[in-house]
Write a protein that binds this ligand. Structure first.
Ligand code: PMP
Length: 323
């Protein structure tokens, strides 16, 4: 779908995947005016096909557009584009319980000019790709590197938007995490460099010894994850109190040592919910409990996956059936 100032979104079409012509002066190539979403279509227990909370992705896409001074795409058009590509690519949806068709809607500034201002022309596209299980051979806790060198977002920055630039800025941090023998980076807040923000592509939760859950608040420096929101609702339904509050790396370390923090997990569309195993920082490394898969973590994971796959009732109306 194209956008031109004064004309709005127009020219929606489906084409076989192929390179798209880009002018060397297309604004996105210079100033990174680009946003995206990531979600999955998958087979349900009854053989149908569904997406999980795509309306939430549509709203986040609108908010990301606002932050990046881009024209919003109406949620109805966003949803229609996804339904259309799923219908066309339905034979590519893996049958397996763990596989899915990954959907990547994105929009970028295509106008040709070199000044620094919001563009007047954009392209919105969706690509789809089959993906297998995130964890092959069972769930494996992720290890994280609490980076002393990088932050993901500062107050007033673009942390709450799903824009490509955030991820470009995170590549060095992720490389650093891998160099320290960890799977993922865990970002600390930009102001005090103390409080846990999120991982490179997942939000974080802590399970405390009183059965409550704590998760960093949405203050604009972390991505408002749709899995995060779902976990909060499922945990509350299961009788856990969920508190959105800052949790420092010190509290994490001390809580792990004292038993006040029983479990830590990360969540996002790709892995759904995954335990956090080892936490490494300049002060050394530690694990929460034995660094394995905690009981509350795994119970929440099962509840969420069962709703997604149609094996459990859908009390919140999250499952969006397509076929
Ligand atoms: N934080 C970041 C930085 C992410 O890229 C993602 C993945 N979109 C998440 C959190 C989790 O968000 P969601 O649950 O919507 O996938």
């Amino acid at each position: 779908v194209r956008y031109a100032d004064g004309k709005g979104w127009y020219d929606a079409r489906v084409e076989p995947r192929a390179p798209i012509p880009m002018d060397p002066a297309a604004a996105v190539l210079h100033y990174a005016q680009e946003i995206f979403e990531g979600l999955k279509a998958y087979k349900m227990a009854d053989g149908g096909v569904a997406m999980f909370r795509p309306d939430a992705n549509a709203l986040r896409f609108v908010k990301s557009a606002e932050r990046m001074a881009m024209p919003p795409l109406a949620p109805a058009a966003f949803l229609q584009s996804l339904r259309e590509i799923i219908r066309i690519d339905q034979d590519w949806i893996p049958q397996s319980d763990e596989g899915s068709l990954y959907l990547r809607p994105y929009a970028f500034a295509s106008e040709v000019f070199l000044g620094v201002r919001p563009a007047l022309e954009y392209l919105y596209l969706v690509i789809a790709s089959p993906v297998g299980a995130y964890f092959s051979g069972g769930i494996k806790p992720v290890s994280v590197w609490a980076t002393p060198d990088y932050t993901r977002a500062a107050p007033g920055g673009t942390g709450a938007a799903k824009c490509g630039g955030n991820y470009a800025a995170g590549l060095s941090a992720q490389a650093d995490a891998i160099e320290h023998g960890c799977d993922q980076v865990v970002y600390l807040d930009a102001v005090e460099r103390k409080y846990v923000d999120e991982l490179g592509g997942m939000n974080v939760f802590f399970v405390l010894d009183d059965g409550s859950l704590a998760t960093p608040p949405l203050t604009g420096t972390i991505l408002p994850g749709i899995t995060r929101d779902s976990v909060i609702k499922l945990a509350e339904r299961a009788g856990h109190q969920v508190v959105e509050r800052p949790v420092s790396l010190d509290e994490w370390r001390e809580g792990a040592a004292s038993g006040r923090i029983r479990e830590a997990f990360a969540c996002g569309t790709a892995a759904v919910i995954t335990p956090i195993g080892t936490i490494k920082s300049l002060d050394g490394e530690f694990t929460v409990a034995d660094g394995g898969s905690g009981e509350v973590t795994m119970a929440l994971r099962k509840q969420l996956v069962d709703i997604q796959r149609g094996r459990a009732a859908d009390p919140f109306g999250w499952v969006h059936r397509v076929l």
